[in-house]
Design a protein around this ligand. Structure first.
Ligand SMILES: Nc1ncnc2c1ncn2[C@@H]1O[C@H](COP(=O)(O)OP(=O)(O)O)[C@@H](O)[C@H]1O
Ligand SMILES: [Mg+2]
Length: 370
């Protein structure tokens, strides 16, 4: 099926719709092929998942290699982890469910079920306690080890395991991962500090068990050429200056850039003018306004005003400094510190390279203007 809008905002299709990341892709493949695991970090919505899919696209025809992509974002405990993991294994064999596989699933007290619409198999597992889940994990890793192929396993949103209520999940997983000889792992997540300390703090189970790759924003020149090329393909005119302006406006944050150009591409006009671009962005913001207004009800007044101040400054390095506090009429550094911490926890703000920024770039622009 031909993709009608080349600016993808949901899933990965192929390199044609994926801008660059060539160095990162090679780096990951090279680490895996040399027997090293790799950990990928960046803020949310910058392109980690896309990059993993791009790596898998390149590896998909490699003989003797099987690729598993396990997104554990929604998992809340070890039992969920077992369920998601075994589900991915079963789906990866959907063309032919072997007796071995079926046996293995019942061995972890699971059941293979088929989606009534797609016919795709999946795994159902009842609740189990920590000991049972650990036993199931043993069996899963045992199953993979017994296959002749080598598996590459990506755990996306890996920082989630720290939130599981069970104790020592890190140590349990670490032991398994260490003992897999042919399997290699990609760990990916947006909580950079958590992942860095997990893999680099002496004494933590995953200490030095993986290379680290921190994903940066796409190069603006390269991204401009990518965007411009897709407009040209359908004989639409757009200038590099206009593209660069909006890349910069959205602080190089991939998802927001993709979404904006997706909307702009859909317009019937053959020539993209500044006015058309501004109108398109105004449309997007208007559609989201009720969500932004709703934030006022779930945040304290100080939190909301802090977000606005950070947006107006387009990032702040020391929100508890006297100058900033006076300029925006905040009361005390201690209450500002508390509000900042809460906004970081809610992922309304993020902290990177010494600067606090509003996570949602569109919301940030809306705050700046209102
Ligand atoms: N290099 C790229 N070129 C084009 N689109 C990309 C690229 N990287 C990511 N995207 C798009 O940006 C959005 C966010 O990327 P994603 O990989 O989901 O981010 P993350 O996993 O870091 O949260 C997705 O819609 C994805 O399709
Ligand atoms: Mg992701």
């Amino acid at each position: 099926m031909k993709q009608t809008n080349p600016f993808l905002i949901l899933d990965y299709i192929s390199p044609e719709y994926f801008c660059n990341r060539e160095k990162e892709t090679s780096k990951i493949i090279s680490a895996l092929n040399s027997g090293r695991n790799i950990t990928l970090t960046s803020i949310r919505r910058l392109g980690k998942t896309g990059l993993i899919k791009n790596v898998y696209y390149k590896l998909k025809n490699e003989k003797g290699t099987k690729l598993l992509y396990v997104d554990i974002l929604k998992s809340e405990n070890l039992n969920d982890f077992v369920k998601v993991f075994s589900d991915v294994i079963v789906k990866s064999e959907h063309k032919k469910l072997s007796v071995k596989l079926t046996k293995f699933i019942s061995g972890i007290r699971g059941k293979i079920v088929f989606d009534e619409y797609t016919g795709m198999p999946g795994v159902e597992i009842g609740l189990s306690d920590k000991e049972e889940s650990e036993l199931s994990l043993n069996k899963i890793f045992g199953y993979l080890a017994a296959q002749k192929e080598r598996y590459i396993i990506a755990f996306d949103e890996f920082q989630q395991i720290v939130n599981y209520p069970e104790k020592n999940v890190e140590a349990i997983l670490r032991t398994h991962i260490q003992h897999q000889h042919k399997e290699k792992f990609i760990f990916s997540g947006s909580d950079k500090h958590m992942l860095i300390s997990m893999f680099n703090d002496y004494g933590r189970p995953f200490y030095q068990s993986s290379d680290m790759l921190h994903l940066e924003r796409l190069d603006a020149e390269v991204y401009t050429r990518f965007i411009s090329g897709h407009f040209k393909n359908v004989n639409k005119t757009i200038t590099p200056e206009l593209i660069k302006f909006w890349i910069n406006e959205f602080d190089g944050h991939t998802f927001y850039i993709q979404y904006f150009f997706n909307r702009l591409y859909e317009k019937k006009e053959k020539k993209v003018t500044d006015r058309l671009a501004h109108n398109t962005f105004a449309e997007i913001i208007t559609e989201r306004e009720y969500v932004y207004l709703g934030y006022r009800n779930i945040l304290t007044r100080l939190q909301f005003n802090l977000l606005r101040a950070v947006a107006k400054e387009q990032g702040v390095s020391k929100p508890n400094a006297g100058g900033f506090i006076r300029k925006y009429n905040f009361s005390q550094p201690s209450s500002v510190n508390k509000a900042i911490k809460s906004l970081l926890d809610k992922e309304m703000l993020y902290f990177e390279n010494g600067i606090y920024k509003v996570y949602d770039v569109y919301f940030s622009k809306w705050l700046e203007r209102n």
